[in-house]
Write a protein that binds this ligand. Sequence first.
Ligand SMILES: C[S@@+](CC[C@H](N)C(=O)[O-])C[C@H]1O[C@@H](n2cnc3c(N)ncnc32)[C@H](O)[C@@H]1O
Length: 227
Amino acid sequence: MRIDILTLFPEMFTSFLDGSLIGAARAAGLLDVRVTNIRDFATGVHRQVDDRPFGGGPGMLLMPGPVVECVEAVQRQADLGHLVMLTPGGRRLDQSIVEELSRQDRLVLVCGRYEGFDERVKAILAPDELSIGDYVLSGGEVAAMVIVDAVSRLVPGVLGDEESARQDSFSGADRLVEGPQYTRPRQYRGLEVPEVLLSGDHRRIAAWRHEQAVDATRRRTLQATGS
Ligand SMILES: C[S@@+](CC[C@H](N)C(=O)[O-])C[C@H]1O[C@@H](n2cnc3c(N)ncnc32)[C@H](O)[C@@H]1O
C-alpha cells in the first residue's frame, strides 16, 4: 500500500515512520509512505501558506493554492488514491472506517494547521473528511499518524500473526472490545490468573473469553451513555 502524507511539518514523521512496526513494514516493502511539504507549493518570496480569514475572526487559515497544488502534484505521481482531509468536523474514525481505508491501494492524507482549510479546498478536491475524535488538535499530523498506524496493522503481512488483528477490540462482525488477558506469573501481588485459562480446555477458554468480551463491551457502553 502507498500512503502519501501532505504536511507543513514533515520532520514530525521521521521517527514515527522509521520505528517499530511501520519501519519494519516499510523495510519489507509492504508499505510505501512518502511525506510532502505543502510549503513547497507556495509562491512568493516568503512562501506564505496562510492568511487572515475574510470576515474577521481569530487566527490564520491555510490558503487554498498551496494545498490544492500539492494534492494535485502528489496525485499525478500515481493513481489518484483515496484522498483524506484531516479535520475535527469529519466522519469520526472507528475500526470500520480503518478497515475501509485498509482496502485502498493508495491513501493521500492532508494535514491542516492554524485554523484549518479554506472551504474551496473541499469544493475542488472533494476529499473524505476524517476526524480522530471530538477534540481539537493543533494540526493534522498526529491524526495522520493515528490513521497510518491503525491502517498499517491491517495490511497483509505487516503483523506477524494476522489472527491477532482479527481478535483485537472492535474487529470481527460483533465489534466487541477485548476482555481481560493474563501472562506469567500465575500469581502477582495476591492476584491469581483465572483458573479457566490454565485448564487447557480450548472450548471453555473460548467461551469464557467471549463472555468476558460481551461483558466488557456492555460496561463500556453503559459508561459512554452514563447509565
Ligand atoms: C487547530 S485545528 C483547526 C480547528 C478548526 N478551526 C475547527 O474549529 O474545526 C488545525 C488542524 O488540525 C487538524 N485537526 C485538529 N483536530 C483534529 C481532529 N480531531 N481530527 C483530525 N484532525 C484534526 C486539522 O487538520 C485542522 O485543520
